[in-house]
Design a protein around this ligand. Structure first.
Ligand code: AMP
Length: 368
């Protein structure tokens, strides 16, 4: 694994007057480039040839320079990494970056500084470890079943597979028998090799909220965590195919029982609930600080279901910029209460943090 010391060495060789911000052209790249450009950073988009057109179609969010690759994984090639270092690049990781390049490749081979603490990849990508993290944070989590025998008849469960992306392939089952039939099918389809690879959770019903948080080690005032500030920048609700199944259709087609994310809707939450939303974000950061110092830095998302009797139950944390923030390129209903320059997207917030790190001589604290 590439250590923080090695990355610090790379930063020491950088020309800090000519920093650039780079990412893969996908996911939330328009927002990342747009924000970085507003703060006068040079931007670099690593793109496959077919995607270039998207970024050229939005000139104000187009990267200043493209690096064309055959496949996104090529970002790990020494030639691409060398170009990025020559441009004094800071990489912003996003969901597609991690999906296409892989956490292992990033941890073992990426010799270009990334924004935030890349150790979060170790804790986020593995479901069991992520659960340890969230338990340490003292959050309410969905009950998890050890195996088939643990599930009573009549109990509704939610099943996830390792490495499933964007909810694809998840399913619900009612009781042990139904569950075993569906797990057999999953083995036959090659989704899992054995039953023990499936994560079996209680099905939590309620209203979903996705809270977009940002932890800044530098910002003053506001909600203090450690010596930094926890900011609740915005929130959304994902639109998943399954949502359509609740439209009251008499015979819901089978393919609609699908949790794939297809879009995002803007959301504000009842003001009294902000207390809990902030507390969940703060607890996630606090726990991360002791599990993998210096802990989470920058954007992350707390994903929770509000149950009228049980309150907020957290089913996942995404430890980086999430695509739901794409709703707010010019700020959210909350950013005017955090920034005088309130047109603050998450992409711009990242660039602002880099700028402050640069101006205060503390850039290395933000990068790994
Ligand atoms: P995830 O991959 O954990 O982000 O989950 C994808 C989607 O599955 C979420 O957006 C929820 O709609 C749903 N989901 C995840 N966990 C549960 C659960 N325990 N109970 C009910 N729905 C869930």
């Amino acid at each position: 694994m590439i250590t923080k010391d090695v990355i610090d060495g790379v930063i020491s060789d950088y020309d800090l007057n000519r920093l650039s911000i780079a990412t893969i052209c996908s996911h939330s790249a328009l927002q990342i480039f747009h924000g970085a450009r507003q703060l006068k950073f040079k931007t670099i988009g690593i793109t496959t040839i077919d995607r270039r057109v998207i970024y050229e179609a939005f000139p104000l969010a187009q990267p200043d320079e493209f690096i064309e690759v055959q496949s996104f994984k090529d970002v790990l090639d020494e030639s691409v990494q060398g170009k990025l270092r020559d441009e004094n690049a800071i990489i912003v990781l996003h969901g597609s970056f991690v999906e296409y390049v892989g956490a292992e490749g990033i941890l073992r081979q990426l010799l270009v500084p990334t924004f935030g603490n890349r150790l979060t990849l170790l804790w986020e990508g593995d479901r069991a470890r992520q659960r340890l993290w969230l338990e340490k944070a003292g959050l309410k989590l969905p009950k998890e079943f050890k195996g088939l025998s643990d599930v009573n008849e009549g109990c509704k469960v939610f099943v996830k597979f390792p490495g499933a992306k964007g909810g694809r392939g998840y399913f619900t089952a009612k009781g042990g028998h139904d569950l075993s039939v569906k797990l057999e099918e999953a083995v036959k389809k090659g989704l899992i090799e054995s039953f023990d690879q499936a994560v079996i959770q209680e099905f939590v019903s309620g209203v979903r909220y996705y809270f977009h948080c940002f932890y800044s080690p530098f910002a003053q005032g506001g909600l203090r965590v450690g010596s930094g500030r926890l900011e609740l920048l915005s929130m959304d609700k994902r639109i998943e195919v399954i949502d359509e199944a609740y439209r009251g259709l008499p015979d819901v087609p089978l393919e609609f029982f699908d949790y794939t994310v297809t879009g995002n809707m803007p959301v504000v939450i009842r003001e009294a609930f902000l207390k809990e939303a902030l507390a969940m974000g703060a607890k996630v950061v606090e726990a991360s600080r002791s599990l993998f110092p210096p802990g989470l830095i920058g954007p992350f998302c707390v994903e929770a279901i509000y149950h009228p009797e049980r309150g907020f139950i957290v089913f996942e944390v995404s430890a980086r910029i999430v695509a739901g923030t794409n709703l707010y390129p010019t700020g959210s209903p909350y950013t005017p209460y955090l920034f005088h320059d309130w047109q603050m997207s998450t992409g711009k917030r990242i660039a602002l943090e880099v700028k402050v790190g640069l101006e205060t001589g503390r850039l290395k604290e933000l990068l790994y």
